[in-house]
Design a protein around this ligand. Structure first.
Ligand SMILES: C[S@@+](CC[C@H](N)C(=O)[O-])C[C@H]1O[C@@H](n2cnc3c(N)ncnc32)[C@H](O)[C@@H]1O
Length: 292
């Protein structure tokens, strides 16, 4: 941006930034330009849009230049602004953990339906919690429910703890370190969005993901289904009768993981749910209820 932007209006600065973002192949260039400028100006998008004709102060323009440069280098918007909305709550974001994705809201829908059907006393775990987004969304929308939020990454867990505290969920989301279900006891509901990208797929991901998000949050192994397969193998020892396992999966993994689930859970009901884009997205395993 040139020095002449000092006296430029909000509208002119947004329009120029959107153009540069578009040229850098950033999707949603205009809304992202709004959000970056709102962040730099210490306001929100609605207030910014209400003052499109106003000139901006030099300090705000300087701050905006720095945030725009980071986005033009493909750093994810949520890492720059430090937060992202997920299932109606504000989740603090940072490079220690994956930015929560809209498709993972399906796991929250399923968990909340389960709590409605069976009551808030369910023993619930969110495995591979990352920022804590899924655990926090379930607890925030299901008053009385308690969730164990587990991850192997201590850096991710530190962020999850910040989210739990910021959302006032301290008494109901217990954050702890563990390898999959390893440190947990009997559970009625397990939700998990674990790594499900293969090593070769990871190399072809967009720079926002490949170059900025933690590789350990994305890559499961050569096939991509390895971590979910290991979780399914552990689950029979933890899932109580009538319990539900809901795993977010890669869109090509439904057949292989359904087969593994049927092998480990004879008698259970195994099904796959598609996301809004029509891709296989969640594997559901409903444990048999006890006879009688
Ligand atoms: C795809 S990210 C999802 C984060 C979060 N659930 C979300 O939806 O935004 C996967 C998370 O699983 C964690 N993870 C990877 N392997 C794990 C394991 N063996 N046990 C527990 N967590 C693991 C990673 O550290 C990462 O935070």
């Amino acid at each position: 941006m040139s020095g002449t932007t000092r006296a430029a209006t909000v509208a002119a600065i947004i329009s120029e930034a959107a153009e540069r973002l578009r040229a850098a192949s950033v999707a949603d260039a205009r809304p992202e330009a709004d959000l970056l400028l709102a962040h730099a100006a210490g306001t929100d998008r609605a207030h910014l849009v209400a003052r499109l004709k106003d000139p901006l102060e030099a300090a705000t323009i300087g701050a905006f230049r720095r945030t725009l440069a980071r986005r033009l280098a493909h750093e994810p918007l949520a890492y720059i602004t430090g937060h992202r909305e997920f299932y109606g709550i504000d989740i603090l974001c940072g490079p220690a953990a994956l930015v929560p994705r809209p498709e993972s809201e399906l796991l929250v829908d399923l968990a909340l339906a389960e709590v409605r059907a069976r009551g808030a006393a369910l023993r619930i775990a969110d495995v591979g919690t990352g920022s804590g987004a899924i655990a926090c969304a379930v607890a925030a929308h299901a008053p009385g429910a308690r969730v164990c939020a587990v991850d192997v990454s201590s850096a991710a867990l530190a962020l999850a703890r910040r989210n739990v505290e910021a959302l006032g969920l301290g008494g109901r989301v217990d954050v702890g370190q563990g390898d999959l279900l390893g440190g947990l006891g009997a559970l009625d509901l397990v939700v998990a969005n674990l790594p499900y990208v293969s090593a070769s797929e990871w190399r072809g991901l967009q720079p926002e993901v490949r170059d900025f998000e933690p590789r350990g949050a994305l890559v499961a192994g050569p096939a991509g289904s390895e971590v979910n397969a290991r979780l399914i193998a552990q689950a029979p020892a933890h899932l109580a009768p009538g319990g539900l396992l809901a795993l977010e999966i890669g869109d090509t993994h439904a057949a292989v993981l359904s087969g593994i689930a049927r092998g480990h859970f004879p008698g259970a009901s195994v099904s796959v749910i598609k996301d809004l884009g029509g891709h296989d997205r969640v594997l559901l395993v409903r444990q048999e209820r006890e006879a009688g």
